[in-house]
Design a protein around this ligand. Structure first.
Ligand SMILES: *[C@@H]1O[C@H](CO)[C@@H](O)[C@H](O)[C@H]1NC(C)=O
Ligand SMILES: *[C@@H]1O[C@H](CO)[C@@H](O)[C@H](O)[C@H]1NC(C)=O
Ligand SMILES: *[C@@H]1O[C@H](CO)[C@@H](O)[C@H](O)[C@H]1NC(C)=O
Length: 404
């Protein structure tokens, strides 16, 4: 694992280096700075996007919080430091961490409301949620420090923040992970930002194609730096095998005007012996096994896609240092906990829409097992290796006992 990782990292570095130099020549930018930072290319582990041009982006320093001692700069500070994100349970003494009055009042008010309404079980539940966050973040921090030699300098590319949505009113950064509740998160962001009144009346197409949300990459250099430094950074993840099966079912098992012609055709023509002419023409009917062959192929005929790209690459957790990690498996609870922590309007709760194929059953662990039983042990192991970083970073148990 490690050895392979090193290899692909160095391959990536070489490719990016060549590409970067080319851009430098072409544009003639006065970019000694860029050159200086090139060796810092990070978090591109296992990242191969054949057919997708490597994006060379300006890079900038990530939050180096000068008010903190340097060893405290990192993920672990979360529960006490991000402005706007307060632990809700009483177990964390407000005295140990003074906060502005306004925020404190909001939190207290919302806590009361929360105790009365949203969460039966009250204070105990809040404590549980706070300590769950603490341990998720602690674990991720440990993981990242172990991989620092590969992952780590304090520089971020525009591409690495390209999946991050910005909500300026509540000072929130949300990294989009498809198949882990992102449509409903976008609805919530729209309401928070004031472009919608309620999450209830935002149709799927509006959510994805006219949501008025801005991505972090669209801001200027200094605005990006500011936001990375001072906003509450949020990530929601999902069991990787389940996310993969969910993506497969969504994109390949019902008609799709993009994934069938673009991915389906390429996959069938590469991996299916004796494919019919119809299958080659439409790209419909890709099997899970064929899809996995594509996923694992280092020379894959079409590029990566955000719906199955590992979260470790989509959201660069070791670089961006999230303050809150929610899980799809406890989506409502985690999301509402976060909303209360940032002082969101009390009548805003996380919605429960199933956007894609509402008539199909939600992908569960039982369904996931069924799909994976179509693969042999070697293939399962390889898919596990593919998502290994995600399993480690977010502490998901091995989904099959025979995996190592
Ligand atoms: C929530 O409350 C705000 C006022 O605080 C109001 O403007 C908004 O319409 C309410 N939203 C819903 C869905 O009731
Ligand atoms: C493909 O077709 C040929 C000839 O019809 C046949 O001999 C071969 O076994 C088929 N291959 C597969 C994998 O079905
Ligand atoms: C599993 O399937 C792959 C094809 O994807 C094949 O190359 C391999 O030999 C199979 N392994 C076992 C143990 O059957």
């Amino acid at each position: 694992m490690d050895f392979r990782l090193q290899n692909s990292v160095s391959v990536c570095r070489r490719m990016r280096l060549l590409c970067s130099l080319w851009v430098l020549l072409l544009l003639g930018v006065g970019s000694l700075l860029l050159l200086v930072h090139l060796p810092d290319l990070t978090d591109t582990v296992l990242h191969q996007n054949p057919g997708v041009p490597v994006l060379v982006a300006p890079r900038w320093p990530v939050e180096k919080d000068s008010t903190q001692p340097s060893d405290a700069v990192g993920i672990g500070r979360v529960l006490v430091s991000p402005p706007g994100l307060r632990p809700l349970s009483r177990s964390v003494s407000p005295l140990s961490d003074p906060v502005p009055d306004r925020k404190q009042r909001v939190t207290k008010r919302h806590r009361k409301l929360l105790l009365k309404t949203a969460l039966p079980g009250g204070e105990e539940v809040l404590q549980q949620l706070d300590s769950t966050q603490e341990s998720r973040l602690h674990l991720l921090k440990q993981f990242c420090s172990r991989y620092r030699p590969i992952i780590g300098k304090r520089h971020v590319t525009r591409q690495q923040v390209s999946r991050v949505y910005v909500e300026d009113r509540f000072r929130l950064l949300y990294c989009e992970v498809p198949k882990a509740g992102c449509s409903n998160w976008k609805r919530v962001l729209m309401v928070l930002g004031g472009s919608a009144r309620s999450t209830q009346d935002i149709p799927h197409d509006v959510v994805h194609y006219s949501n008025h949300l801005r991505r972090l990459e669209s801001y200027t250099f200094s605005d990006v730096v500011d936001r990375l430094r001072s906003y509450t950074k949020v990530l929601f993840v999902r069991e990787p095998f389940e996310r993969l099966v969910s993506a497969f079912r969504d994109k390949f098992e019902s008609p799709n005007l993009y994934y069938h012609p673009v991915f389906g055709r390429a996959i069938i023509s590469r991996y299916r012996a004796n494919a019919t002419r119809t299958a080659l023409r439409t790209g419909a009917g890709v099997t899970f096994r064929e899809f996995v062959q594509y996923l694992l192929d280092l020379q894959r005929p079409v590029g990566m896609d955000i719906h199955w790209e590992p979260v470790s690459q989509l959201c660069s957790p070791c670089l961006l240092r999230y303050h809150f990690i929610g899980k799809f498996e406890s989506l409502q609870e985690d999301a509402n906990h976060l909303l209360r922590s940032i002082g969101a309007p009390a009548n805003l709760t996380f919605p429960d829409f199933k956007d894609r194929n509402p008539q199909a059953e939600r992908t569960s662990s039982r369904i996931t097992q069924n799909y994976f039983s179509q693969l042999n042990a070697t293939e399962r192991q390889k898919v596990f290796d593919f998502y290994h970083m995600d399993y480690l970073m977010f502490n998901y148990p091995k989904p099959f006992t025979d995996l190592h």
